[in-house]
Design a protein around this ligand. Structure first.
Ligand SMILES: Cc1cc2nc3c(=O)[nH]c(=O)nc-3n(C[C@H](O)[C@H](O)[C@H](O)COP(=O)(O)OP(=O)(O)OC[C@H]3O[C@@H](n4cnc5c(N)ncnc54)[C@H](O)[C@@H]3O)c2cc1C
Length: 495
Protein backbone atom coordinates (compact mmCIF):
# COMPACT_ATOMS: atom_id res chain seq x y z
CA UNK A 1 0.00 0.00 0.00
CA UNK A 2 1.24 3.48 -0.80
CA UNK A 3 1.94 5.79 2.12
CA UNK A 4 -1.03 7.90 1.06
CA UNK A 5 -3.45 5.03 1.62
CA UNK A 6 -5.67 3.96 4.50
CA UNK A 7 -4.65 1.37 7.09
CA UNK A 8 -7.65 -0.55 8.43
CA UNK A 9 -7.08 -2.34 11.72
CA UNK A 10 -9.57 -5.23 11.99
CA UNK A 11 -11.21 -7.36 9.31
CA UNK A 12 -14.59 -8.00 10.89
CA UNK A 13 -17.72 -6.99 8.96
CA UNK A 14 -17.02 -3.28 9.46
CA UNK A 15 -13.36 -3.31 8.39
CA UNK A 16 -14.22 -5.43 5.35
CA UNK A 17 -17.04 -3.06 4.35
CA UNK A 18 -14.73 -0.08 4.66
CA UNK A 19 -11.98 -1.77 2.63
CA UNK A 20 -14.42 -2.61 -0.18
CA UNK A 21 -15.78 0.93 -0.31
CA UNK A 22 -12.34 2.54 -0.31
CA UNK A 23 -11.01 0.19 -2.98
CA UNK A 24 -13.89 0.75 -5.33
CA UNK A 25 -13.33 4.49 -4.90
CA UNK A 26 -9.68 3.95 -5.87
CA UNK A 27 -8.06 4.54 -2.47
CA UNK A 28 -5.03 2.34 -1.63
CA UNK A 29 -5.90 0.11 1.34
CA UNK A 30 -4.10 -2.21 3.73
CA UNK A 31 -6.35 -4.29 6.00
CA UNK A 32 -4.88 -6.35 8.82
CA UNK A 33 -6.30 -8.71 11.43
CA UNK A 34 -4.62 -10.39 14.35
CA UNK A 35 -6.77 -13.51 13.99
CA UNK A 36 -5.52 -16.39 11.84
CA UNK A 37 -8.92 -16.88 10.18
CA UNK A 38 -12.39 -15.39 9.97
CA UNK A 39 -14.53 -15.94 13.04
CA UNK A 40 -16.76 -19.03 13.12
CA UNK A 41 -19.09 -17.27 15.60
CA UNK A 42 -22.12 -15.68 13.96
CA UNK A 43 -22.94 -12.98 16.47
CA UNK A 44 -24.97 -10.84 14.08
CA UNK A 45 -27.66 -12.55 12.04
CA UNK A 46 -29.67 -9.69 10.55
CA UNK A 47 -28.76 -7.32 7.74
CA UNK A 48 -31.35 -4.58 7.42
CA UNK A 49 -32.83 -2.82 4.37
CA UNK A 50 -30.64 0.28 4.47
CA UNK A 51 -27.41 -1.69 4.70
CA UNK A 52 -28.50 -3.72 1.66
CA UNK A 53 -29.28 -0.52 -0.27
CA UNK A 54 -25.76 0.68 0.47
CA UNK A 55 -24.20 -2.68 -0.45
CA UNK A 56 -26.11 -2.56 -3.74
CA UNK A 57 -23.88 0.33 -4.87
CA UNK A 58 -20.91 -2.06 -4.61
CA UNK A 59 -22.82 -4.79 -6.47
CA UNK A 60 -22.93 -6.90 -3.31
CA UNK A 61 -26.57 -6.87 -2.25
CA UNK A 62 -27.58 -9.73 -4.54
CA UNK A 63 -24.86 -12.07 -3.24
CA UNK A 64 -25.81 -11.33 0.35
CA UNK A 65 -29.51 -11.81 -0.34
CA UNK A 66 -28.82 -15.09 -2.16
CA UNK A 67 -26.93 -16.42 0.86
CA UNK A 68 -29.51 -15.40 3.47
CA UNK A 69 -33.17 -15.84 4.32
CA UNK A 70 -35.52 -12.99 3.37
CA UNK A 71 -37.85 -12.51 6.34
CA UNK A 72 -40.66 -10.06 5.60
CA UNK A 73 -42.60 -10.34 8.88
CA UNK A 74 -42.17 -10.14 12.62
CA UNK A 75 -44.49 -10.93 15.53
CA UNK A 76 -44.47 -10.09 19.21
CA UNK A 77 -46.36 -12.78 21.10
CA UNK A 78 -47.41 -13.81 24.56
CA UNK A 79 -47.88 -17.56 24.22
CA UNK A 80 -50.40 -18.13 21.45
CA UNK A 81 -51.67 -14.55 21.68
CA UNK A 82 -50.31 -11.99 19.20
CA UNK A 83 -49.43 -8.66 20.80
CA UNK A 84 -48.25 -6.95 17.61
CA UNK A 85 -47.18 -7.69 14.04
CA UNK A 86 -44.53 -6.03 11.94
CA UNK A 87 -44.59 -6.18 8.17
CA UNK A 88 -41.45 -5.09 6.34
CA UNK A 89 -42.83 -6.15 2.95
CA UNK A 90 -44.42 -2.77 2.27
CA UNK A 91 -41.42 -0.63 3.10
CA UNK A 92 -40.42 1.60 0.19
CA UNK A 93 -37.10 -0.02 -0.57
CA UNK A 94 -35.76 -2.60 -3.01
CA UNK A 95 -35.02 -4.78 0.04
CA UNK A 96 -38.28 -4.93 2.05
CA UNK A 97 -37.26 -7.62 4.53
CA UNK A 98 -34.86 -8.50 7.32
CA UNK A 99 -32.11 -10.55 5.73
CA UNK A 100 -31.31 -13.27 8.25
CA UNK A 101 -27.81 -14.49 7.47
CA UNK A 102 -25.02 -15.82 9.69
CA UNK A 103 -22.24 -13.28 10.25
CA UNK A 104 -19.77 -15.93 9.04
CA UNK A 105 -21.49 -15.88 5.65
CA UNK A 106 -21.58 -12.08 5.56
CA UNK A 107 -17.86 -11.92 6.27
CA UNK A 108 -17.09 -14.64 3.72
CA UNK A 109 -18.94 -12.77 0.97
CA UNK A 110 -17.32 -9.46 1.86
CA UNK A 111 -13.81 -10.90 2.05
CA UNK A 112 -14.16 -12.81 -1.22
CA UNK A 113 -15.39 -9.64 -2.91
CA UNK A 114 -12.48 -7.67 -1.50
CA UNK A 115 -10.07 -10.16 -3.06
CA UNK A 116 -11.64 -9.49 -6.47
CA UNK A 117 -10.76 -5.82 -5.90
CA UNK A 118 -7.12 -6.81 -5.44
CA UNK A 119 -6.88 -6.66 -1.63
CA UNK A 120 -6.27 -9.57 0.73
CA UNK A 121 -6.60 -9.39 4.48
CA UNK A 122 -3.16 -9.61 6.11
CA UNK A 123 -3.90 -12.12 8.85
CA UNK A 124 -1.96 -12.90 12.00
CA UNK A 125 -0.92 -9.28 11.90
CA UNK A 126 -1.59 -7.35 15.08
CA UNK A 127 -1.34 -3.61 15.39
CA UNK A 128 0.30 -2.89 18.73
CA UNK A 129 0.91 0.87 18.59
CA UNK A 130 0.87 3.90 16.31
CA UNK A 131 2.09 7.46 16.15
CA UNK A 132 0.64 10.33 14.16
CA UNK A 133 2.18 13.39 12.53
CA UNK A 134 0.92 16.22 10.33
CA UNK A 135 1.46 14.09 7.26
CA UNK A 136 0.30 10.64 8.31
CA UNK A 137 0.30 7.68 10.64
CA UNK A 138 3.05 5.20 11.46
CA UNK A 139 1.82 1.89 12.88
CA UNK A 140 3.68 -0.97 14.52
CA UNK A 141 2.53 -4.34 13.19
CA UNK A 142 3.47 -7.60 14.88
CA UNK A 143 3.47 -10.91 12.98
CA UNK A 144 2.64 -14.30 14.50
CA UNK A 145 6.36 -15.01 15.06
CA UNK A 146 6.69 -11.79 17.06
CA UNK A 147 8.57 -9.88 14.35
CA UNK A 148 7.63 -6.20 14.27
CA UNK A 149 7.65 -3.72 11.42
CA UNK A 150 6.56 -0.13 10.86
CA UNK A 151 4.08 0.80 8.14
CA UNK A 152 3.03 4.27 7.05
CA UNK A 153 -0.41 5.43 5.94
CA UNK A 154 -2.25 8.68 5.44
CA UNK A 155 -5.05 7.59 7.78
CA UNK A 156 -5.80 4.80 10.23
CA UNK A 157 -9.26 3.41 10.93
CA UNK A 158 -9.79 1.25 14.01
CA UNK A 159 -12.39 -1.38 13.09
CA UNK A 160 -10.93 -3.58 15.79
CA UNK A 161 -14.00 -4.38 17.81
CA UNK A 162 -15.14 -3.78 21.36
CA UNK A 163 -11.66 -4.12 22.88
CA UNK A 164 -10.16 -1.78 20.26
CA UNK A 165 -6.41 -1.20 20.45
CA UNK A 166 -6.87 1.99 18.44
CA UNK A 167 -9.45 3.37 20.88
CA UNK A 168 -7.20 2.57 23.85
CA UNK A 169 -4.22 4.21 22.17
CA UNK A 170 -6.30 7.34 21.53
CA UNK A 171 -7.12 7.37 25.23
CA UNK A 172 -10.85 7.63 24.51
CA UNK A 173 -13.33 6.72 27.24
CA UNK A 174 -15.78 3.96 26.36
CA UNK A 175 -18.58 5.34 28.50
CA UNK A 176 -21.32 2.98 29.63
CA UNK A 177 -21.93 -0.16 31.60
CA UNK A 178 -22.25 -3.93 31.55
CA UNK A 179 -25.72 -5.19 32.44
CA UNK A 180 -25.69 -7.81 35.17
CA UNK A 181 -28.23 -10.09 33.53
CA UNK A 182 -27.51 -13.31 31.65
CA UNK A 183 -28.59 -14.00 28.08
CA UNK A 184 -28.64 -17.23 26.13
CA UNK A 185 -27.71 -17.56 22.47
CA UNK A 186 -28.29 -20.73 20.46
CA UNK A 187 -27.80 -21.55 16.78
CA UNK A 188 -29.36 -24.90 15.96
CA UNK A 189 -31.76 -26.78 13.74
CA UNK A 190 -35.43 -26.69 14.74
CA UNK A 191 -38.21 -28.89 13.41
CA UNK A 192 -41.95 -28.77 13.98
CA UNK A 193 -44.70 -26.20 13.43
CA UNK A 194 -42.54 -23.12 12.88
CA UNK A 195 -42.27 -21.03 9.71
CA UNK A 196 -39.19 -19.43 8.21
CA UNK A 197 -40.73 -16.15 7.06
CA UNK A 198 -41.24 -14.51 10.44
CA UNK A 199 -39.08 -13.31 13.34
CA UNK A 200 -40.83 -14.39 16.54
CA UNK A 201 -40.44 -12.45 19.78
CA UNK A 202 -42.13 -14.07 22.79
CA UNK A 203 -42.70 -11.82 25.79
CA UNK A 204 -43.07 -14.57 28.38
CA UNK A 205 -43.62 -13.74 32.05
CA UNK A 206 -40.18 -15.23 32.86
CA UNK A 207 -38.35 -13.35 30.11
CA UNK A 208 -38.02 -12.78 26.40
CA UNK A 209 -37.37 -15.48 23.80
CA UNK A 210 -36.56 -14.41 20.24
CA UNK A 211 -36.38 -16.79 17.26
CA UNK A 212 -34.74 -15.80 13.96
CA UNK A 213 -35.14 -18.16 10.98
CA UNK A 214 -31.85 -18.42 9.10
CA UNK A 215 -33.29 -20.71 6.43
CA UNK A 216 -33.03 -24.44 5.67
CA UNK A 217 -34.17 -25.35 9.18
CA UNK A 218 -31.48 -23.37 11.01
CA UNK A 219 -32.58 -20.88 13.67
CA UNK A 220 -31.01 -18.36 16.06
CA UNK A 221 -32.50 -18.20 19.54
CA UNK A 222 -31.83 -15.41 22.02
CA UNK A 223 -33.39 -15.45 25.49
CA UNK A 224 -32.93 -13.52 28.69
CA UNK A 225 -32.18 -15.69 31.72
CA UNK A 226 -32.68 -13.06 34.37
CA UNK A 227 -30.31 -11.34 36.80
CA UNK A 228 -26.79 -12.79 36.89
CA UNK A 229 -26.24 -15.12 39.84
CA UNK A 230 -22.46 -15.10 39.61
CA UNK A 231 -19.56 -12.75 38.83
CA UNK A 232 -18.17 -14.50 35.78
CA UNK A 233 -19.97 -15.71 32.67
CA UNK A 234 -22.65 -18.36 33.06
CA UNK A 235 -21.90 -21.88 31.81
CA UNK A 236 -22.95 -22.60 28.22
CA UNK A 237 -26.45 -24.09 27.96
CA UNK A 238 -27.05 -27.63 26.72
CA UNK A 239 -29.22 -28.50 23.74
CA UNK A 240 -31.82 -29.99 26.11
CA UNK A 241 -31.97 -26.74 28.11
CA UNK A 242 -32.47 -24.69 24.96
CA UNK A 243 -35.27 -26.95 23.71
CA UNK A 244 -36.92 -26.85 27.14
CA UNK A 245 -36.78 -23.04 27.14
CA UNK A 246 -38.41 -22.92 23.69
CA UNK A 247 -41.20 -25.21 24.94
CA UNK A 248 -41.69 -23.11 28.07
CA UNK A 249 -41.77 -19.66 26.43
CA UNK A 250 -42.33 -20.17 22.71
CA UNK A 251 -44.02 -22.35 20.12
CA UNK A 252 -45.13 -25.85 21.05
CA UNK A 253 -44.15 -29.15 19.46
CA UNK A 254 -40.65 -28.02 18.43
CA UNK A 255 -37.64 -30.32 18.47
CA UNK A 256 -34.03 -29.17 18.29
CA UNK A 257 -30.87 -30.77 16.92
CA UNK A 258 -27.41 -30.08 15.48
CA UNK A 259 -26.34 -27.30 17.85
CA UNK A 260 -23.89 -25.03 16.04
CA UNK A 261 -23.23 -22.55 18.84
CA UNK A 262 -24.68 -22.54 22.37
CA UNK A 263 -23.47 -19.85 24.72
CA UNK A 264 -24.38 -17.22 27.30
CA UNK A 265 -23.47 -13.54 27.15
CA UNK A 266 -23.97 -10.23 28.93
CA UNK A 267 -24.95 -6.96 27.36
CA UNK A 268 -22.52 -4.07 27.23
CA UNK A 269 -23.78 -0.60 26.45
CA UNK A 270 -20.90 1.72 25.70
CA UNK A 271 -19.95 4.41 23.24
CA UNK A 272 -17.17 6.89 22.59
CA UNK A 273 -18.04 10.56 22.32
CA UNK A 274 -15.88 11.27 19.27
CA UNK A 275 -15.28 8.84 16.42
CA UNK A 276 -11.79 10.04 15.68
CA UNK A 277 -8.97 12.44 16.22
CA UNK A 278 -6.93 13.94 13.40
CA UNK A 279 -6.04 11.17 10.94
CA UNK A 280 -7.30 8.35 13.14
CA UNK A 281 -10.91 7.17 13.12
CA UNK A 282 -13.03 4.55 14.87
CA UNK A 283 -15.87 2.55 13.31
CA UNK A 284 -18.15 -0.29 14.39
CA UNK A 285 -17.86 -1.97 17.78
CA UNK A 286 -14.66 -0.03 18.42
CA UNK A 287 -16.91 3.03 18.78
CA UNK A 288 -20.20 1.61 20.08
CA UNK A 289 -21.54 -1.60 21.62
CA UNK A 290 -25.06 -2.22 22.84
CA UNK A 291 -27.83 -4.73 23.33
CA UNK A 292 -28.52 -6.95 20.30
CA UNK A 293 -32.21 -5.98 20.60
CA UNK A 294 -33.22 -4.73 17.18
CA UNK A 295 -30.16 -6.31 15.54
CA UNK A 296 -28.56 -2.95 14.83
CA UNK A 297 -24.93 -3.31 15.97
CA UNK A 298 -23.24 -4.67 12.88
CA UNK A 299 -25.52 -2.67 10.58
CA UNK A 300 -24.66 0.53 12.42
CA UNK A 301 -20.96 -0.29 12.15
CA UNK A 302 -21.22 -1.02 8.43
CA UNK A 303 -23.00 2.28 7.95
CA UNK A 304 -20.18 4.03 9.84
CA UNK A 305 -17.93 2.56 7.15
CA UNK A 306 -20.18 3.67 4.28
CA UNK A 307 -20.24 7.19 5.73
CA UNK A 308 -16.49 7.46 6.24
CA UNK A 309 -15.34 5.83 3.00
CA UNK A 310 -16.56 8.41 0.49
CA UNK A 311 -15.25 11.24 2.63
CA UNK A 312 -11.78 9.68 2.91
CA UNK A 313 -11.87 9.02 -0.85
CA UNK A 314 -12.84 12.58 -1.74
CA UNK A 315 -10.10 13.98 0.46
CA UNK A 316 -7.59 11.44 -0.88
CA UNK A 317 -8.43 12.47 -4.46
CA UNK A 318 -8.01 16.13 -3.57
CA UNK A 319 -11.66 16.91 -4.35
CA UNK A 320 -12.37 18.07 -0.81
CA UNK A 321 -10.44 19.53 2.07
CA UNK A 322 -9.79 17.47 5.23
CA UNK A 323 -12.43 19.45 7.10
CA UNK A 324 -14.99 17.22 5.37
CA UNK A 325 -13.79 14.38 7.61
CA UNK A 326 -15.01 16.20 10.73
CA UNK A 327 -18.56 15.51 9.60
CA UNK A 328 -17.99 11.75 10.04
CA UNK A 329 -17.91 11.87 13.83
CA UNK A 330 -20.67 14.46 14.01
CA UNK A 331 -23.03 12.40 11.86
CA UNK A 332 -22.26 8.91 13.09
CA UNK A 333 -21.92 9.71 16.78
CA UNK A 334 -25.45 11.16 16.69
CA UNK A 335 -26.71 7.97 15.00
CA UNK A 336 -24.83 5.90 17.59
CA UNK A 337 -26.53 7.77 20.44
CA UNK A 338 -29.93 7.08 18.92
CA UNK A 339 -29.23 3.40 18.26
CA UNK A 340 -27.99 2.94 21.82
CA UNK A 341 -31.01 4.60 23.38
CA UNK A 342 -33.45 2.63 21.18
CA UNK A 343 -31.71 -0.67 21.95
CA UNK A 344 -31.75 0.14 25.67
CA UNK A 345 -35.46 0.97 25.51
CA UNK A 346 -36.27 -2.29 23.71
CA UNK A 347 -34.17 -4.29 26.17
CA UNK A 348 -35.73 -2.61 29.21
CA UNK A 349 -39.20 -3.42 27.86
CA UNK A 350 -38.21 -7.03 27.33
CA UNK A 351 -36.71 -7.34 30.82
CA UNK A 352 -39.83 -6.25 32.72
CA UNK A 353 -40.64 -8.86 35.37
CA UNK A 354 -43.47 -7.30 37.36
CA UNK A 355 -46.71 -8.95 36.12
CA UNK A 356 -48.64 -5.68 36.29
CA UNK A 357 -45.94 -3.83 34.36
CA UNK A 358 -45.87 -6.66 31.81
CA UNK A 359 -49.64 -6.45 31.35
CA UNK A 360 -49.47 -2.67 30.84
CA UNK A 361 -46.55 -3.05 28.41
CA UNK A 362 -48.40 -5.67 26.37
CA UNK A 363 -51.57 -3.56 26.18
CA UNK A 364 -49.74 -0.36 25.27
CA UNK A 365 -47.61 -2.05 22.60
CA UNK A 366 -50.69 -3.83 21.22
CA UNK A 367 -52.52 -0.51 20.94
CA UNK A 368 -49.63 1.60 19.68
CA UNK A 369 -48.35 -0.87 17.07
CA UNK A 370 -51.95 -1.36 15.99
CA UNK A 371 -51.81 2.19 14.62
CA UNK A 372 -50.54 1.86 11.09
CA UNK A 373 -48.47 5.06 11.15
CA UNK A 374 -46.68 4.10 14.36
CA UNK A 375 -46.13 0.57 13.11
CA UNK A 376 -44.66 1.86 9.85
CA UNK A 377 -42.35 4.17 11.79
CA UNK A 378 -41.14 1.22 13.89
CA UNK A 379 -40.58 -0.88 10.75
CA UNK A 380 -38.64 1.94 9.08
CA UNK A 381 -36.58 2.47 12.21
CA UNK A 382 -35.64 -1.22 12.41
CA UNK A 383 -34.82 -1.22 8.69
CA UNK A 384 -32.62 1.87 9.32
CA UNK A 385 -34.46 3.70 6.55
CA UNK A 386 -35.19 6.72 8.71
CA UNK A 387 -31.59 7.57 9.62
CA UNK A 388 -31.16 11.25 8.93
CA UNK A 389 -28.24 13.63 9.03
CA UNK A 390 -30.53 16.65 9.23
CA UNK A 391 -28.36 18.32 11.86
CA UNK A 392 -25.12 17.68 9.99
CA UNK A 393 -23.04 20.60 8.71
CA UNK A 394 -23.28 18.88 5.31
CA UNK A 395 -27.08 19.23 5.19
CA UNK A 396 -28.39 22.50 3.77
CA UNK A 397 -32.01 23.34 2.93
CA UNK A 398 -32.27 26.59 1.04
CA UNK A 399 -35.96 25.95 0.48
CA UNK A 400 -38.22 23.33 2.03
CA UNK A 401 -38.68 20.36 -0.29
CA UNK A 402 -42.06 19.80 -1.92
CA UNK A 403 -44.41 17.50 0.02
CA UNK A 404 -43.12 13.99 0.74
CA UNK A 405 -39.80 14.60 -1.00
CA UNK A 406 -36.56 14.26 0.94
CA UNK A 407 -35.11 17.17 2.85
CA UNK A 408 -31.42 17.78 3.41
CA UNK A 409 -29.92 14.97 5.50
CA UNK A 410 -32.55 12.43 4.50
CA UNK A 411 -32.06 9.34 2.38
CA UNK A 412 -33.08 9.68 -1.26
CA UNK A 413 -35.76 6.98 -1.46
CA UNK A 414 -35.65 6.52 -5.22
CA UNK A 415 -32.69 4.69 -6.72
CA UNK A 416 -30.63 6.78 -9.15
CA UNK A 417 -28.55 4.79 -11.62
CA UNK A 418 -24.85 5.08 -10.90
CA UNK A 419 -25.26 7.03 -7.66
CA UNK A 420 -22.39 6.12 -5.35
CA UNK A 421 -20.44 4.29 -8.05
CA UNK A 422 -17.80 6.95 -7.48
CA UNK A 423 -17.04 9.14 -4.48
CA UNK A 424 -18.72 12.10 -6.15
CA UNK A 425 -21.92 14.05 -5.60
CA UNK A 426 -24.93 13.63 -7.86
CA UNK A 427 -26.88 16.69 -8.94
CA UNK A 428 -30.58 16.26 -9.65
CA UNK A 429 -32.19 19.14 -11.50
CA UNK A 430 -33.99 19.72 -14.78
CA UNK A 431 -32.69 23.16 -15.73
CA UNK A 432 -29.29 21.98 -16.97
CA UNK A 433 -27.72 22.17 -13.48
CA UNK A 434 -26.26 18.61 -13.44
CA UNK A 435 -24.15 19.19 -16.56
CA UNK A 436 -23.22 22.75 -15.61
CA UNK A 437 -22.04 21.79 -12.12
CA UNK A 438 -20.24 18.65 -13.33
CA UNK A 439 -18.30 20.81 -15.79
CA UNK A 440 -17.47 23.40 -13.14
CA UNK A 441 -16.64 20.92 -10.32
CA UNK A 442 -15.37 17.73 -12.00
CA UNK A 443 -13.65 16.60 -8.78
CA UNK A 444 -16.87 16.82 -6.83
CA UNK A 445 -19.78 16.18 -9.19
CA UNK A 446 -20.37 13.00 -11.16
CA UNK A 447 -21.06 13.86 -14.79
CA UNK A 448 -22.70 10.46 -15.39
CA UNK A 449 -25.37 10.43 -12.71
CA UNK A 450 -27.29 13.67 -13.25
CA UNK A 451 -30.94 12.90 -13.61
CA UNK A 452 -34.36 14.39 -13.30
CA UNK A 453 -35.10 15.49 -9.76
CA UNK A 454 -37.79 13.59 -7.84
CA UNK A 455 -39.89 16.78 -7.95
CA UNK A 456 -39.71 20.52 -8.48
CA UNK A 457 -36.28 21.59 -7.24
CA UNK A 458 -32.54 21.16 -7.26
CA UNK A 459 -30.93 18.44 -5.13
CA UNK A 460 -27.31 17.61 -4.44
CA UNK A 461 -27.05 14.01 -3.26
CA UNK A 462 -24.04 12.54 -1.49
CA UNK A 463 -22.39 9.31 -2.69
CA UNK A 464 -24.03 7.47 0.23
CA UNK A 465 -27.48 8.47 -1.00
CA UNK A 466 -28.28 11.15 1.57
CA UNK A 467 -29.41 14.58 0.39
CA UNK A 468 -26.82 17.32 0.93
CA UNK A 469 -28.59 20.33 -0.54
CA UNK A 470 -32.19 21.19 -1.38
CA UNK A 471 -32.59 24.36 -3.42
CA UNK A 472 -35.10 25.96 -5.73
CA UNK A 473 -35.07 24.96 -9.41
CA UNK A 474 -32.23 26.69 -11.22
CA UNK A 475 -30.63 28.03 -8.02
CA UNK A 476 -27.07 27.52 -9.24
CA UNK A 477 -25.51 30.00 -6.77
CA UNK A 478 -26.67 27.93 -3.77
CA UNK A 479 -25.34 24.75 -5.38
CA UNK A 480 -22.02 26.44 -6.18
CA UNK A 481 -21.79 27.73 -2.64
CA UNK A 482 -22.39 24.23 -1.28
CA UNK A 483 -19.78 22.62 -3.50
CA UNK A 484 -17.24 25.39 -2.85
CA UNK A 485 -17.69 24.86 0.86
CA UNK A 486 -17.22 21.08 0.64
CA UNK A 487 -14.30 21.43 -1.76
CA UNK A 488 -12.43 24.00 0.22
CA UNK A 489 -13.33 22.59 3.60
CA UNK A 490 -15.05 25.84 4.48
CA UNK A 491 -17.66 25.47 7.16
CA UNK A 492 -21.13 25.16 5.70
CA UNK A 493 -22.63 26.01 9.02
CA UNK A 494 -20.96 26.35 12.38
CA UNK A 495 -20.07 23.13 14.15
C1 LIG B 1 -25.17 -12.08 20.72
C2 LIG B 1 -25.01 -10.99 19.71
C3 LIG B 1 -25.92 -10.88 18.66
C4 LIG B 1 -25.81 -9.87 17.72
N1 LIG B 1 -26.73 -9.77 16.71
C5 LIG B 1 -26.64 -8.75 15.82
C6 LIG B 1 -27.56 -8.62 14.72
O1 LIG B 1 -28.45 -9.45 14.52
N2 LIG B 1 -27.43 -7.57 13.86
C7 LIG B 1 -26.43 -6.66 14.02
O2 LIG B 1 -26.37 -5.70 13.24
N3 LIG B 1 -25.51 -6.78 15.01
C8 LIG B 1 -25.59 -7.79 15.91
N4 LIG B 1 -24.64 -7.93 16.89
C9 LIG B 1 -23.50 -7.03 16.93
C10 LIG B 1 -22.41 -7.43 15.92
O3 LIG B 1 -22.02 -8.77 16.09
C11 LIG B 1 -21.20 -6.52 16.04
O4 LIG B 1 -21.66 -5.19 16.05
C12 LIG B 1 -20.21 -6.72 14.88
O5 LIG B 1 -19.60 -7.97 14.90
C13 LIG B 1 -19.10 -5.67 14.97
O6 LIG B 1 -18.24 -5.78 13.87
P1 LIG B 1 -16.82 -5.08 13.89
O7 LIG B 1 -16.22 -5.35 12.55
O8 LIG B 1 -16.94 -3.68 14.35
O9 LIG B 1 -15.99 -5.81 15.04
P2 LIG B 1 -15.58 -7.34 15.19
O10 LIG B 1 -16.52 -8.23 14.50
O11 LIG B 1 -15.35 -7.54 16.64
O12 LIG B 1 -14.18 -7.44 14.41
C14 LIG B 1 -13.01 -6.84 14.92
C15 LIG B 1 -11.79 -7.50 14.27
O13 LIG B 1 -10.63 -6.77 14.67
C16 LIG B 1 -9.58 -7.70 14.93
N5 LIG B 1 -8.63 -7.02 15.85
C17 LIG B 1 -8.86 -6.61 17.11
N6 LIG B 1 -7.77 -5.99 17.61
C18 LIG B 1 -6.83 -6.00 16.63
C19 LIG B 1 -5.49 -5.50 16.54
N7 LIG B 1 -4.90 -4.85 17.55
N8 LIG B 1 -4.80 -5.71 15.40
C20 LIG B 1 -5.38 -6.37 14.35
N9 LIG B 1 -6.65 -6.86 14.39
C21 LIG B 1 -7.37 -6.67 15.51
C22 LIG B 1 -10.28 -8.90 15.53
O14 LIG B 1 -9.51 -10.08 15.38
C23 LIG B 1 -11.58 -8.94 14.73
O15 LIG B 1 -11.47 -9.77 13.59
C24 LIG B 1 -24.74 -8.95 17.84
C25 LIG B 1 -23.81 -9.07 18.88
C26 LIG B 1 -23.94 -10.08 19.82
C27 LIG B 1 -22.94 -10.18 20.95
Amino acid sequence: MAEDGVLICGAGPVGLTLAIELRRFGVPVRIIDKAAARTDRSKAVVIWCRSLELFARAGLADSLVAAGNKVPHGSILDGAETIAQLDFAELETLYPFALVIPQTETERILEEHLVTLGVSVERQTEMTAFTTSDTGVSATLRAADGAERQVAAASLVGCDGAHSTVRHALGFNFEGSTQMSDWLLADLMLAGPIGEDRILIYWHADGILAIFPMGAGRFRIVADLGPAQQEGPRADPTLAEVVALVAERGPQGITGSNPIWLTCFRINERKVEHYGQGRVFLAGDAAHVHSPAGGQGMNTGMQDAFNLAWKLALVHAGGAGPKLLDSYSIERSAVGDLVLSNATRLTDMALLRNPLAQAVRNSVVHFVLGLSQVRRKAERQLGELDITYAKSPLSVSVVPPPDDLPDAGERLPVPVAGLGARALFTVLGNAGEPAALAAEYPHLVDADTGDDPPGEGLWIVRPDGYVGLVAAPGDLPSAQDYLEAVGRGRRLVEW
